[in-house]
Design a protein around this ligand. Structure first.
Ligand SMILES: Nc1ncnc2c1ncn2[C@@H]1O[C@H](COP(=O)(O)OP(=O)(O)OP(=O)(O)O)[C@@H](O)[C@H]1O
Length: 346
């Protein structure tokens, strides 16, 4: 189904029927099963789910950073500016990474070369894509370091990554990602490795930059506290499928899918903490491995509302069930909603 949108303008990113399969020992295992979503300019979509749900594989597919066709197949569409990135040659894709789509990762050291000065690393990305003089590039590097809140940028541009704190390194990585003013920034758990104070600063920085530039953001996290701080919309993923999607307030305060309810159940009450929450709650059992999904709804073996003969028979579609802006993938949604009403009337 088509994703609900917060705007009538064309989305910056439009993903359609994205399917990813890994190949091993002559077998293909699907890990992402035909997902659809849009992100508009200035909007942040949070992709949430437990480990192994397919969040990172999805983001790597958007960047075309997954292993090659011998190991992995990707089908569907990843449209940015009317171009399906999945159809581009690797050479063409190199010119898209940076100006159109950029990514920051959980651990900044994976993106930084320890033996090069940080200023040179930011300059390198600019030099590759833009015809600018050395002086212009230097000015741009200083501007970027200032933008991401690095104190004394003149001095810091000559520093090596190892001489910086984790928070400062992540700011450098953000500066690199922003160097070419991407239309879409993908942030894959960018604050997980940082302490809480620095985490809050980095989130504020990203929000602030987004307000100024209007870029779209896909924010991947397992932390609903972070979701509450940064997202406009939330997409919950389980076993390679979107199981619930909606506006931030709706998903946090009225989660519909038992999986989302489970994730939110053991975090502190949202309103008590001004929408700040902790990490995902724990749900009994494990995310099934990609090659061993149960019949029917993938979540049914862990679901407190599952009914034999219903939930183990067919995979439910992602459907509105009366709320077009908050679709959910659940065969029992009407019964669950009715029992919630009964609870309320007691
Ligand atoms: N290179 C690979 N080859 C085979 N399977 C893979 C590969 N990379 C990921 N997978 C599988 O794809 C599925 C989704 O993994 P993915 O890393 O996207 O989950 P995730 O939600 O991002 O988890 P995490 O929060 O731990 O990063 C998992 O079943 C994982 O084992």
């Amino acid at each position: 189904m088509t994703t609900p949108s917060s705007s009538t303008t064309d989305p910056v990113l439009s993903v359609r029927d994205l399917t990813i399969r890994f190949k091993a020992r002559g077998r293909e295992t699907p890990v992402v099963h035909g997902i659809d979503f849009d992100i508009h300019g200035g909007e942040t979509l949070a992709l949430v789910g437990e480990s192994g749900s397919g969040k990172s594989v999805t983001s790597f597919a958007l960047m075309r950073l997954l292993p090659d066709a011998r190991h992995c197949t990707i089908e569907g569409q990843v449209n940015i500016g009317g171009v399906n990135l999945l159809e581009l040659t690797e050479r063409k894709m190199t010119s898209v990474r940076g100006p159109k789509i950029a990514m920051i990762f959980q651990e900044p050291l994976t993106s930084l070369n320890p033996v090069h000065r940080v200023g040179d690393q930011i300059a390198e990305a600019i030099r590759y894509h833009r015809k600018m003089t050395r002086a212009q590039i230097r000015d741009r590097v200083l501007e970027l370091l200032t933008l991401v809140g690095i104190p004394d940028p003149e001095r810091r541009m000559s520093a090596y990554p190892g001489a910086m704190s984790g928070g400062m390194r992540q700011r450098v990585v953000i500066a690199m990602a922003l160097a070419l003013e991407p239309d879409l920034l993908i942030a894959d758990e960018p604050t997980t490795a940082l302490d809480v104070t620095v985490q809050a600063q980095i989130l504020e920085l990203l929000r602030d930059i987004q307000n100024r530039t209007g870029m779209a953001m896909l924010f991947i996290t397992h932390d609903f506290g972070v979701v509450a701080e940064i997202a406009d919309r939330v997409m919950v993923m389980y076993s390679g499928r979107i199981v619930e999607e909606g506006r931030l307030e709706d998903v946090l305060t009225q989660p519909r899918m038992p999986y989302t309810q489970g994730l939110l159940s053991s975090v502190p009450r949202l309103e008590d903490a001004g929408l700040r929450t902790g990490a995902l709650g724990t749900i009994e059992g494990f995310v099934p491995t990609a090659g061993n999904l149960p019949d029917g709804c993938s979540f049914h073996p862990r679901c407190p509302h599952a009914r034999p003969g219903v939930c183990d028979t067919a995979m439910p579609a992602l459907e509105p069930h009366g709320r077009p802006d908050h679709p959910v993938r659940c065969l029992r949604i009407e019964d669950i909603a009715a029992s919630d009403m009964e609870d309320l009337s007691v």
